[in-house]
Design a binder for this molecule. Structure first.
Ligand code: PRP
Ligand code: MN
Ligand code: MG
Length: 181
């Protein structure tokens, strides 16, 4: 990891800012889902860090499940073709579902997931995303719990990868163009 700083142009969202924001969102979620059975669905692999940290800001009991989908592969652009690599283990009947994502870029992944979940019998379905790129939207996603709107740059870290690398950075940073040029 010694070469990581050379691959970044700037830090966009710091570990501390992420932590503060997730704490705020957790307070809202606790209030909104009071007395309700809450299932967090993390979207592998990017959402691993958000899921782990957000869930630990909650003081109530929740269930967790994971969906593995991918639309980017090793490219920096979304193909728009979403593939299921791992489906949920949970029957959504009776659950209030909160989908947890690292980023809404074109919106195609979540648009597809929301359609896919719509017929599975959940009590409700909402979205929590740490990041969103408004300028990149191809479809509008109704995201009830949003961390930060960010510029249309290729970002990495805190779960976000470029060709599976950089997910372990603690901050969200902009990838230097020389890395993917
Ligand atoms: C990334 C990111 C989101 C999605 C957002 O996942 O984690 O899930 O793309 O892009 P979109 O709004 O344009 O659809 P990716 O497909 O790279 O898989 P990964 O989570 O395993 O990195
Ligand atoms: Mn993802
Ligand atoms: Mg990715």
């Amino acid at each position: 990891a010694a070469d990581i700083p050379n691959d970044l142009t700037s830090v966009l969202v710091t570990e501390e800012q992420i932590n503060e924001k997730l704490a705020e969102l957790a307070l809202r979620v606790e209030e909104d889902y009071s007395g309700k059975k809450l299932l967090l669905v993390g979207v592998l692999k990017g959402a691993v860090m958000v899921m782990a940290d957000f869930a630990r800001h909650l003081t109530r009991d929740i269930a967790m499940d994971w969906m593995a989908v991918s639309s980017y592969g090793s490219s920096t652009k979304s193909s728009g073709v979403v593939q299921i690599r791992k489906d949920l283990d949970t029957d959504l009947g009776g659950w209030h579902v909160l989908i947890v994502e690292d980023i809404i870029d074109s919106g195609l992944t979540l648009s597809w997931l929301l359609d896919n979940f719509a017929s599975r019998g959940a009590e409700s379905i909402e979205v929590l995303a740490l990041l969103r790129k408004p300028e990149a939207a191809k479809v509008e996603i109704d995201c009830k719990y949003l961390g930060f709107d960010i510029p249309n740059e290729f970002v990495i870290g805190y779960g976000l990868d470029y060709a599976e690398r950089y997910r372990n950075l603690r901050d969200v940073a902009i990838l230097a163009p020389h890395v993917y040029a």
